[in-house]
Every structure is written in structure tokens, then in C-alpha cells.
Design a protein around this ligand. Sequence first.
Ligand code: ADP
Ligand code: MG
Length: 291
Amino acid sequence: MLRLQAVTASYDQPVLRGIDLNVARGEIVCILGPSGGGKSTLLRAVAGLVPHGGLIEVAGEAMVGVPPHRRGVGMMFQDDLLFPHLDVAGNVGFGLRPADPARVAQMLDLVGLSGFGPRGVDTLSGGQAQRVALARALAPQPRLLLLDEPFGALDVVLKAGLVLDVQRVLRELGMTVLAVTHDRQEAFTLADRVAVLRDGTLVQVGTPDELWNEPADMYVARLVGLSVLEGRAYRPEQIRMSAGGPWSARVTGRTFRDGHHLVSARVAGETVVFVCDRALEPGTEVRLAVT
Ligand code: ADP
Ligand code: MG
């Protein structure tokens, strides 16, 4: 449904250096990357709001020269969520020509806000405002939905529930979604596949399980929340790891000696001791780096 090929973008400096990504119909893909990494820029390029290099195709159609309102792409922005001078129904119906009150009611129903139409947007909680913004983006029946840090402003507890609610709504509609976030938990909960953005390129694209089990490099390993033991082996002769595996081990013991934290783990039936940058509790699952 969405195809990105060698997509580049720059302001004073290059921000995106060549993004390749496909999103299948009905799939939810989330780009995970640091703040300032170019996530919003990429979504704006897909929406037709910033110039870019490379190819962007929606439903097989190259988007070059196609203005934003003809792309069939819905977008939920990072901030400026709702129009303050319109009520909830006015916000949800904003993109509908001609006006369609039945569609507005249906969308509010879908996001669990039946009857909220006449409310002022300043009377909504953060989570409700987020749902209204989602309903507004979905109302014109976009072919593709772009979500820019959709849960960014919410507190952690509210966020966890809302991510699942939003996912249910998107699945119900079979919506094709490209989302971006800097929040690992959010990406892993929401997406079928996660794409890790680093230095303007995607360093790994895969299901949450794939990223967890086979991180492409140490950056991804840390990003997905794995403890990584770096540093030299304390007794190198005991390490019999082929490059790339085995990756996983459980800490069996720890000690502090000569100014170093030493951690032991069972690897391929042997106890291996590592020097590492901090103490790790016995029982901790660790990933082993061959350096
Ligand atoms: P993210 O959404 O991942 O936080 P952005 O796409 O917003 O990243 O920004 C990427 C980089 O481009 C940042 O360094 C940002 O300062 C810069 N940038 C974003 N928008 C503009 C702009 N309109 N003009 C100049 N630089 C910009
Ligand atoms: Mg952003």
C-alpha cells in the first residue's frame, strides 16, 4: 500500500539519507527513533508537506506532483491536535465534504465517544482529545494513516490502555498505518513491524520478536531493552562463542574485584566471566556481544 524507495530529505543538513520501506495493506508499521531523527520529516514527506528525494508510492501510484489533499492520506500530528474554535463534532467532520453528520457520529462511536459531538474541545481529557484527533483523521476514509507520536503527550498509565484501544480501532477498519515514535514500548505494542531509524536510515525492520531475538547490532539491542555486556572477557580462554551466537545467557553470579564489576553467566554449558560497566543481579537475562 505504501512503498518508500531511497527517500531522502534535508534542511540545512541531510536528515533522511535513504529510507526503504514497504507497508502492506492493513499492516501497522512503526518507525522507532530518537528525537530529532527525522521521523516527522518522513511523515510530512509522505503527506506531501515537505520536499524529498527518492520514490513514494501509495497504492501503486507515485506521489510526485500529487498535492496533499489528493493523496488519500490521513495524518495525526504530534501537536496542535484539535481546532480549539470547533466543537468535537466540528473537529471530526472537518475533512468531510459535503458535511456528513452520520459519518461523524459513526466515528465518535468507533473511538468510544458517542454523544461527545457538542462538547467543546477544552472540556476533554488528554486521552479523549487523542481519540477525537484519531476520529478526525479516519473520518474521510484515508487509504493510509500517518501517526506522529500519537500518544506522546499522555501519561504512562493512560498511554498503555489507549495504545491498545487505538490498535483495536485500526484493526477493525483494516487500516494501513505508518506511525513514528521515540517510545519503544509504544512501538512494540502498536506495530506489526518496527523499523529502527538511526542516522537517517533504517538499520533494521522486523516484527517485535525478530528485533528482540536477533537485533542487527548493539544499537538495536540496547534500543529494544536488552542488557548488553560489553567489555573484554575476564578469562578469554573460557569463551567459546562463534560470532553471532549463542546470544542469550542468564547471570549466575557477580562480584567486584580490582575496581571492576565481574559477572558470570552460563554460556554453551560453560561458565564465562565478563568485565562489565555495572553490576547485574543474578537471574538477569543478558545478551552477549562478540567484540
Ligand atoms: P523527529 O520527528 O524525529 O524528532 P524531525 O523530523 O522533526 O525529527 O526533525 C529532524 C531534524 O530536522 C531536526 O534536527 C530538526 O531540527 C530539523 N528540522 C525539522 N524541521 C525543520 C525545518 N522546518 N527547518 C529546518 N530544520 C528542520
Ligand atoms: Mg517529530
